[in-house]
Design a binder for this molecule. Structure first.
Ligand code: IPM
Ligand code: MN
Length: 369
């Protein structure tokens, strides 16, 4: 298997967590005899500082020639005063649009070992396994017109969707639900917004092609509450862009930390992979960052771009094993629980690497007999 991956580490903790993710990918390649090549590029605040642009042409051209893009994080307080189209985040939105992936998959899983890290009671989070399918190229993020007129003190953003944009992301949600627990919860604000009425009508229509999958609709405000109260009720959660942004961060509470959440964006020319967490500039370079979101994102590359499902599962199992053994970065080490060992970003990466190597050794030994 050959895979060319653009690595855009970005800002803040982006480079340190991405390094742990690429280490894991290198290990998988080496152990499985695959050829993964990595092409590095600038994005976000670091790209602004070095080139003046949050997404230099060289980065985009290189990314478009790769099979997958692994992105760390973008955002730096230094640029807070800039207008949205000049900020580091603009680089991310531009690359999302240029790569064309419209379905952003954000799994939120309750790891048994982390049940004490969540402020939710263990009986609430037990067995939770939600897959958010967040529409990534429409809605308020990209709708026109958009402006802030400082003279009239008025600003506008536009929430806009076409039927086709809803159909294509809804299909992804139903297909994925077919291989899971056969349920799609579509989130909208159809009691107030026309866009949501279009969304709901379209999703209902698409559902007819998937008779084995149950569809339910939830209003986004009550959904925010249900996710905390009865997260186990949800399987695939389909949302428009902004609602998905908000609800997926909220779902980090189930896992215990935003630092645990991976994502994959599929459906375009090149798939884009990024952990859900941000650049966390306050802890950058301190060794406190949790690399597991980035490592689990690497597992999603193996699953969705390399078609190496077994290896994806092996990486996820290695993460589970390290958590079960009590190793914790600062964000998931809540309180003074016995049996926990605090570790740095790099140590956590190494531990997952070791656990992975052991499991792959065992697999190969089993094949040999
Ligand atoms: C995310 C982030 C981005 C988003 C920002 C950095 C533009 O919050 O991936 O969830 O809003 O999509
Ligand atoms: Mn977000």
């Amino acid at each position: 298997m050959r895979l060319k991956i653009a690595v855009l580490a970005g800002d803040g903790i982006g480079p340190e967590v991405t390094k742990q993710a690429t280490n894991i990918l290198r290990a998988v390649a080496e152990m499985g005899g695959h050829e993964f090549t990595f092409v590095e590029g600038l994005i976000g605040g670091t790209a602004i500082t070095e080139t003046g642009s949050p997404l230099p042409t060289g980065t985009l051209d290189a990314a478009l020639e790769c099979d997958a893009v692994l992105l760390g994080a973008v955002g730096d307080n230094k640029f807070n005063a800039l207008p949205p189209d000049k900020r580091p985040e603009a680089g991310l939105l531009q690359i999302r649009q240029a790569l064309g992936g419209f379905a952003n998959l954000r799994p939120s899983i309750a790891y048994t070992a982390l049940s004490a890290s969540s402020p939710l009671r263990p009986e609430v989070t037990k067995d939770v396994d939600i897959l958010f399918v967040r529409e990534l190229l429409g809605g308020l993020y990209f709708g026109a017109p958009r402006w802030w007129d400082r003279d009239s003190n008025e600003a506008i953003n536009t929430m806009r969707y076409t039927r086709d944009e809803v159909v294509r992301v809804a299909r992804v949600a139903f297909e994925l639900a077919g291989n899971r627990r056969q349920k799609v919860t579509s989130v909208d604000k159809a009691n107030v917004l026309e866009v949501s009425q279009l969304w709901r009508a379209t999703v209902t229509e698409v559902a007819k092609d998937y008779p084995s999958v149950t569809l339910e609709h939830q209003l986004v405000d009550s959904m925010a509450m249900h996710i905390m109260n009865i997260p186990r009720n949800f399987d695939v959660v389909l949302t428009e862009n902004l609602f998905g942004d908000i609800l997926s961060d909220e779902a980090g509470v189930i896992t215990g930390s935003l630092g645990m959440l991976p994502s994959a964006t599929i459906g375009g020319a090149v798939n884009l992979y990024e952990p859900v967490h941000g650049s966390a500039p306050d802890i950058a370079g301190t060794g406190k960052a949790n690399p597991l979101g980035a490592i689990l994102t690497a597992a999603m590359i193996l699953r969705h771009s390399a078609n190496l499902e077994q290896d994806a599962k092996a990486v996820e199992a290695a993460v589970n094993k390290v958590l079960d053994a009590g190793y914790r970065t600062a964000d998931i080490a809540r309180g003074q629980q016995p049996g926990q060992t605090p570790v740095s970003t790099q140590e956590m990466g190494k531990l997952v690497h070791q656990a992975l190597a052991e499991s792959i050794d065992r697999r190969q030994a089993m094949h040999a007999v």
